[in-house]
Design a binder for this molecule. Structure first.
Ligand SMILES: [Zn+2]
Length: 208
């Protein structure tokens, strides 16, 4: 069982995140999925296929950390396991957001196969938890897109178990995953990534 009040708080944070991310154009139509931790065993997550700019309480459900629905007949997002892996890996994570922005999609297609996106020298790197200076390097792995979500979930588990300081990843031609201690942290990470992706694309354009 889970605490109903904690569920309601988590669901509300997801609804509000959806409005913000849809308004910015980072979660068009029914794309994307969002989650927020309820407790050590339960996560609130968007129901599959719902419009993210118009989410209501009925568009959020509960799953356990293995992605199984709890007290619900709804189907959670197809990518639920990509969320639950992060909650399993990091007990301090309180929210995971996945978006499908144009910049994340385009940039992920421009990174050569087998390489990560490396962000270095940007002041805004300090928007990420634990980053104190622009001098560090943010490494964003790019995983190939697949419909085999359990396999991709294991790939991400393996990579982030070895790189727990890195705050997100791209899926090629698909979108961004990032997380944080709170929904506010997580939304800040999305905004920072979007800014950095735009800088990278702009740099590529100028250098052509
Ligand atoms: Zn997606």
């Amino acid at each position: 069982m889970f605490d109903v009040t904690r569920y309601a708080t988590a669901a509300q944070s997801i609804v509000e995140a959806g409005r913000f991310l849809y308004d910015r154009g980072w979660s068009p139509a029914t794309s994307s999925n969002y989650s927020a931790r309820i407790d050590g065993d339960h996560v609130a997550i968007t129901v599959s296929g719902r419009h993210k700019g118009q989410l209501g309480a009925g568009d959020v459900m509960v799953v356990d950390l293995h992605g199984q629905a709890v007290q619900s007949d709804c189907r959670s997002s197809a990518e639920t396991l990509l969320h639950t892996v992060i909650y399993q890996l990091y007990s301090e994570v309180g929210a995971v957001l996945h978006t499908h922005s144009v910049k994340a999609t385009v940039l992920s297609r421009l990174i050569p196969a087998g390489q990560a996106l490396e962000l270095e020298g940007y002041e805004l790197q300090k928007a990420f938890n634990g980053v104190q200076t622009h001098e560090g390097k943010l490494i964003v792995p790019v995983f190939d897109n697949t419909q085999d979500i359990p396999a991709l979930a294991e790939e991400t588990r393996d990579w982030f178990a070895r790189h727990p300081e890195q705050p997100g990843y791209l899926i090629r031609g698909h979108g961004l995953y990032t997380w944080g201690r709170t929904m506010a942290d997580c939304l800040r990470h999305i905004e920072a990534f979007e800014f950095l992706f735009e800088c990278e694309l702009e740099t590529m354009r100028v250098r052509r």
